[in-house]
Design a protein. Structure first.
Length: 188
C-alpha cells in the first residue's frame, strides 16, 4: 500500500466530478438526503434540514484533516453542476490492504450509470493510487439497484449476512460484495 500523503482526489469521469464538499452544496445534499426512497436502506434519513446541516458540518470537520482513513466525496454532475450524491472510500484494514466503499445517489439520477461511473473511479483510485489489494461493499438484499451496480463493476457476492444491521428499528440482512486488485479490469 502506498504511503503517499497526497490526496488522491478530486476525480473526474466522463460525466462526474468526485470532490470534497463545499459550503454551497447544502441545498443539493438536502435534496437527495431528504428523499425517503434514497435512504430507505440506510441507517440515516430521511433528513430534516437540521440533520443535513449536521452532516455537512461533519464533512467539513473531516475534510480539515489529512491524511484520513475515510474519504467521503460529493458526486457533482458535470452537465448541470448539481451535487447528486456522495461516495465514500475507507481504508478499513491497512495491514491487509483492504478498503470499503459506499454510495448514495439522488433518485432522479438512478438507472443512468452514475453510481457505476463514480464507483469505478473510486475503485480505480483504491487499487492504482492507494495500492489496496481488496475492496468490498455491502447493501441490503432488497436494494437490487445497489447490488446490480456492484455486479456491473465485476464484484463477486461473497456473503449473505442474516439480521446483521439494525436499520430504523428493524434487523436487516446484508449482501457483501468484493473484488481483488488482480481481478479489476481498468476502464480504458
Amino acid at each position: 500500500m502506498t504511503d503517499d500523503p497526497e490526496p488522491w482526489f478530486p476525480l473526474t469521469t466522463e460525466r462526474l466530478l468526485l470532490r470534497e464538499f463545499r459550503e454551497g452544496d447544502f441545498d443539493d445534499v438536502h435534496a437527495y438526503a431528504s428523499l425517503p426512497e434514497v435512504c430507505r436502506f440506510m441507517e440515516w434519513g430521511p433528513n430534516t434540514p437540521e440533520l443535513s446541516v449536521a452532516f455537512m458540518d461533519r464533512k467539513w470537520a473531516e475534510q480539515a484533516q489529512w491524511p484520513r482513513e475515510a474519504v467521503n466525496l460529493a458526486i457533482e454532475h458535470l452537465a448541470d453542476g448539481r451535487v447528486i450524491g456522495s461516495i465514500r472510500l475507507t481504508v478499513s484494514d491497512p495491514a491487509n490492504q483492504t478498503g470499503e466503499f459506499g454510495y448514495t445517489l439522488h433518485s432522479g439520477y438512478w438507472r443512468r450509470g452514475y453510481a457505476t461511473e463514480a464507483s469505478r473511479a473510486v475503485i480505480e483510485a483504491g487499487f492504482r493510487t492507494l495500492g489496496l489489494r481488496r475492496l468490498w461493499a455491502d447493501c441490503d438484499p432488497e436494494n437490487v439497484g445497489s447490488w446490480g451496480v456492484m455486479e456491473k463493476l465485476g464484484m463477486r457476492r461473497e456473503a449473505h449476512h442474516r439480521g446483521n444491521k439494525l436499520i430504523k428499528g428493524e434487523w436487516r440482512d446484508s449482501y457483501v460484495y468484493a473484488i481483488l486488485a488482480e481481478e479489476w479490469i481498468s476502464p480504458g
